[in-house]
Ligand binder design. Sequence first.
Ligand code: NAI
Length: 440
Amino acid sequence: MDLRSAVAESDLTTLRVHYDWRNDRFGLALSREWDGDTDFARYARVFAVDQVPCRQPRALGGEQARELIDQRGAAAALSQLESLMRAGRHEMIVLNVHRDLGICTCNNVHSSVLGLNNGHHAIRAGGIRRHAPTEPEHEVLVDGLNLGRAMSFKNAGARIPFGGCKMTVRCEPFALDDEARLGFVAYGIDSGCFFTGPDMGFSPELADALRARFTQNIVGGPGGAMGPTGTPTARGTFLAIQEAALVAWGGGLEGRTAAVQGLGAVGLPLAKLLAEAGMKIVAADTDEARLHAAKLGIGAIRVVAPEAILQHECDLLAPCAIGGVLDAAAIDQLRCRMVYGSANNQLAAVSQDDEIELAARLDGRGILYQPDWTHNTAGVMAGWEEYLHQGDARLERIEPHLVRVCEEGTRDLLAEHRRTGKTPTALAYAQVERVIYPEA
Ligand code: NAI
């Protein structure tokens, strides 16, 4: 049995698992925090986050909670979850199960360190992603925990004062006027002391509906003040590329060739910036319409097949489509001087150690690379700006920060790389680990 079912079948609502990674100790709590007929459409109107009506509250801690999970046949699922949390040094997960609404939210908290006492309600930031209820719980937990951990690094890299958390929501898609489900998701966000923005499976319009009715702790919807984040993300990566070129070939971009994989929300504006800087653009996209739009927007652009772009001879390879495109075999076939693109998790790594190893392989081939989270960070900066300033948020306000992180940050990182001979990836992780895992 999975944990969600163990909670629901015990007539409970919430499972919290805490992990103290300094002492390798787990804490467990099961509770009943609302009734089946509690009307979440009234959330944030009639009752607040810490006043959810519950006629028969109940709480079980420690061994009692573990025994109940055991009785329900979910001990193996709990033990798998604890192994994942131990491996990733995750602080906490909170599973909120609403049986009648058919929704289970999960706050995958990796680290709160950067957000502690930051002066805001939210001390963690990260996206919200929907999964189908039929997806196996273990897979959803792996996805959520990995993304939660990545957010700690991304926030730290962007130097914004929030810890890392990802929220997963297991449910069927629901309508923009489904107040009970919206209210329940808003409660999950607010009670997690976290602000979020829409990620895969969670429509941006739902973010606007949540903001309009239930919580200001979600940003990034189409009606938000910041607009789409693709263009500022492209700018951050472009600033890093200019710095990296000085190290990779000791000069500017003029006359050099860029191979861009993916011409979407970030890839297209990045290709435009590179073309404006005098680069020759070679590009691939699996979607013909995107290629057509790029030809109209950029002009001279050479198109190659999607399966040929990574091995194309060029100065800069810019992966701007999907993650995990560079495994050891792909790295061995690259014919470029540096890899800088917007895609998240470009290296096909399942752990940080793996990533550092693949980065060393790139370095061994004389290819300059630094982790994407050090420069594709304008999205989180835009989220931060919108969270702080709400309707008055402005893109111009993040510009100095973008320059500090993506341009000056890259310059400093690459100077250290040249001084120490260590890869930029190993150095970037070491820098951020000092912040995320103090006293480790
Ligand atoms: P998008 O969906 O707008 O664009 C992706 C493009 O890649 C699409 O045009 C798609 O057809 C193409 N594509 C997919 N598979 C491909 C393949 N195998 N070969 C060539 N092209 C392929 O997505 P978006 O927003 O531009 O994001 C791109 C990457 O950047 C993703 O990894 C995303 O996680 C990351 N990112 C996006 C941010 C944003 O603000 N949009 C912020 C930070 C990272």
